[in-house]
Structures are given as structure tokens and as C-alpha cells.
Design a protein around this ligand. Structure first.
Ligand code: NAD
Length: 354
């Protein structure tokens, strides 16, 4: 840990969860336990939805991608995530999505945890998908079509197995190498994995259809005629203005569930619909205030874009696991003058001439 010799040993240090620590943490806790734990934390926080400060994320768009800040707070803790979305990155050997974020104490305003969130975003997105599918997927769902087999895909598959009891995953990606990678990574799991040559083939017999592709345009990953009665669609990849995955006809035949309407109306599949189109906020379903799936022929659609409270919940869960395991680096992030108003005096501690 690169603390300088000017850092007193009793200084308040902020735990930093590096990528390496997050990898160790996931193995220590167990992938499925981690996914269930994060889903539980999201569930608990969504039940107290009204106690959070909520705002649509702040997005900086460029022709090739987006950089977003996602803040939220309750009366005790504040969190934000920095996240990007650059579909062209993989062609350059970079990831489409990278992220980091922090938790802070509302009482003092001091950060209490800084964490990598690229892995954590994959976990929390998967946990959220499965938590929602548990309430919306048809009873006894056992097969998922996973369309888009990039960085998120294995996490999505594991979460549907761990939380919803999915036993079969049918994979499709326009790049067969992505499907081969995903199938190889899932080979050690108890999932029955089938690599498919088209989205239509992947959807054969699937009760849950997850779309998780990355393309900065209004794509048609699912066309209207591909969707029959009774399925649950988990649409993850359309999460920016001008970046969608579903044909509009599907939206008109579905009951649509969203995280936070002011954000989803701008970023989600429903940007293709009028501003008054009826949607249900998923927290209301979790809280028993609105119905989830009501009949076997209903098409349910989770128009997922990712909301700040999910990151808050995931960070809260990680903070607890860091306290249990010690898997973090102490980071010298906070100034600590002897007299709080003597910041200049603190600077003099490092004066080489003294
Ligand atoms: P990725 O780039 O690693 O993978 C995307 C995959 O989609 C690639 O393998 C690509 O070949 C495939 N693809 C592109 N166009 C396709 C098409 N027409 N048909 C089939 N496959 C196609 O990206 P990722 O990290 O897995 O993220 C996937 C998407 O999910 C991104 O758009 C990202 O912004 C979004 N995302 C959403 C959330 C959320 O909370 N809703 C969270 C994380 C990521």
C-alpha cells in the first residue's frame, strides 16, 4: 500500500476495493451467495424506495459512447457510480462498460468505501434481472435465451440459475466467438448450455428472454413476430437515448416494468413510446403495491437501464463483506490536519525543507 512516510499511522483511511480484491471477495463469498446477497440488498432498499433521494443519472454523450454519474442517498449513506458505455470499445481490446464508485457517510460527508464497480455492475445488473424475473417470469420457468454473450452474459445466466432456478440457457451472439467464450465459461456450472446460430433458435422453448447486446443505435434484436404469449423479456442492452433493442410492436403487447420512470423514459426501450404510456415501477411490485405477472399468457417486459439505488445496495453489501473479510486496501484519501482549519499547516508536514 503506497502510503507516504508523511501519513500518520492513526490517520482515517478509506477502504479501497481494487479489481483484485473484488475478484477475491467474489470467490471468498461464492458467486451465487454474492448474487443472492446483492439481490437481497436491492430488494430491501427498493422496499424503502421513498426514503431515497432520486434523480436520473447525469450523462455526457459523445458520438461513440456515454459517461454517466449515478448518485443517490438515504438519510445515512450517499453513493455514486461513474460508469461508461462504449460499444465500439471491444474492437479496440477495451471493455464496453467500466465503473467505479463510492459510499459516503451523510452525517460527516466523508467517504467510507471506494470500490471498483466493473465486476460489481455485472453482479448487480444480474441480481436485479433475476430479482425482477422472480416476480414476472411464468411459473416454473426453466429456460432462458441469452442474446448478447459479452461481458454481462455469464453473470446474467448464473443469477437466473441462483435466484430463479433456471436450468437451461440458450446462447446467441452475432459474433460466434462471444458465444463460444460464454459457453466455455458456463461449462463448469450445472446449467445445460446450448449455442445457437440465430436469436430465433435461441428463443425456442425459452420462458425468459434476455437481450444484452451493445450497439449505439435503435437495433431490432427482437422483432414483433418473434415474441409469443406468456414470456418474460429482460431487456438490458437498450440503456441510452438512440440505443434500443426491441421492435415497438413488442412494447405495445407487453406489460412494462421499469426502475425509475424519469430515467427510463429517456434511456430505455420506452423512449420509443409516448411519454404517457403506462408503465409499472418495479419497486411497487416488490412492495406488493402493484401486481406482477397476472396470467400465463401475459408478456412481461423489464425495461432495465440500471438505477443508482441498485449500485447503492451493491456497495452497501460489499462494505459489509469487506468488514468481514478485510479484503481492501487502506487509501489515503482524506486530509487530516491536526486543527481542522489548519489545512496549510498539514501541507507543511511534507515540506522537505523542515
Ligand atoms: P459487451 O460489448 O461485452 O457485449 C455485447 C455483446 O453484444 C457483444 O458480444 C456483441 O457481439 C453482441 N451484439 C451486438 N449486436 C448484436 C446483435 N445485433 N445481435 C446479437 N448480439 C449482438 O457489453 P456488455 O458489458 O455485455 O453490455 C451489454 C449491454 O448491456 C450494453 O449495451 C450495456 O450498456 C448494457 N448494460 C446495461 C446495464 C443495465 O443495468 N441495464 C448494466 C450493464 C450493461
Amino acid at each position: 500500500m503506497p502510503l507516504t512516510e508523511t501519513t500518520p499511522s492513526d490517520k482515517a483511511l478509506v477502504p479501497f476495493v481494487s479489481v483484485d480484491h473484488m475478484m477475491q471477495l467474489i470467490h471468498r463469498v461464492g458467486l451465487h451467495a454474492m448474487l443472492r446477497g446483492i439481490a437481497g440488498a436491492i430488494h430491501d432498499d427498493f422496499l424503502r424506495w421513498e426514503s431515497f433521494d432520486k434523480t436520473p443519472r447525469v450523462a455526457a454523450h459523445s458520438p461513440v459512447g456515454v459517461i454517466e454519474l449515478m448518485p443517490t442517498a438515504d438519510d445515512r449513506q450517499y453513493a455514486f457510480k461513474y460508469v461508461n458505455g462504449h460499444p465500439k470499445n471491444t474492437r479496440e481490446g477495451l471493455q464496453t462498460v467500466t465503473a467505479f464508485g463510492l459510499l459516503a457517510d451523510v452525517d460527516t460527508g466523508y467517504p467510507v468505501l471506494l470500490s471498483e464497480m466493473t465486476l460489481l455492475t455485472a453482479l448487480r445488473t444480474a441480481a436485479m434481472s433475476a430479482l425482477v424475473a422472480k416476480h414476472l417470469a411464468p411459473a416454473g420457468a426453466s429456460t432462458m435465451a441469452m442474446i448478447g454473450n459479452g461481458a454481462q452474459a455469464e453473470f446474467q445466466s448464473h443469477a437466473m440459475m441462483a435466484i430463479c432456478g433456471i436450468t437451461h440457457v440458450r446462447l446467441y451472439d452475432s459474433d460466434p466467438e462471444a458465444t463460444a467464450k460464454c459457453a466455455a465459461n458456463l461449462a463448469g456450472s450445472s446449467l445445460v448450455v446450448t449455442a445457437c446460430r440465430s436469436a430465433e433458435e435461441a428463443m425456442e422453448g425459452a420462458q425468459i428472454i434476455t437481450t444484452c447486446t451493445a450497439d449505439k443505435r435503435n437495433a431490432t434484436i427482437l422483432s414483433d413476430n418473434m415474441i409469443g404469449a406468456g414470456v418474460h423479456i429482460n431487456a438490458i442492452g437498450g440503456d441510452c437515448p438512440g440505443k434500443t433493442e426491441l421492435a415497438t410492436g413488442i412494447l405495445h403487447r407487453s406489460d412494462i416494468f421499469v426502475e425509475y420512470p424519469p430515467q427510463t423514459r429517456v434511456e430505455g426501450e420506452i423512449q420509443q413510446l409516448g411519454p404517457d404510456h403506462l408503465v409499472t415501477e418495479i419497486w411497487q411490485v416488490l412492495a406488493g403495491l402493484a401486481p406482477g405477472r397476472q396470467d400465463a399468457r401475459q408478456i412481461t417486459l423489464f425495461d432495465s437501464v440500471g438505477f443508482a439505488i441498485e449500485d447503492f445496495s451493491a456497495l452497501r453489501f460489499v462494505q459489509q463483506k469487506v468488514q468481514e473479510t478485510g479484503l481492501a486496501l487502506p487509501l489515503d484519501l482524506l486530509a487530516d490536519p491536526d486543527d481542522p482549519r489548519d489545512l496549510f499547516g498539514m501541507l507543511m508536514r511534507a515540506n522537505p525543507e523542515l
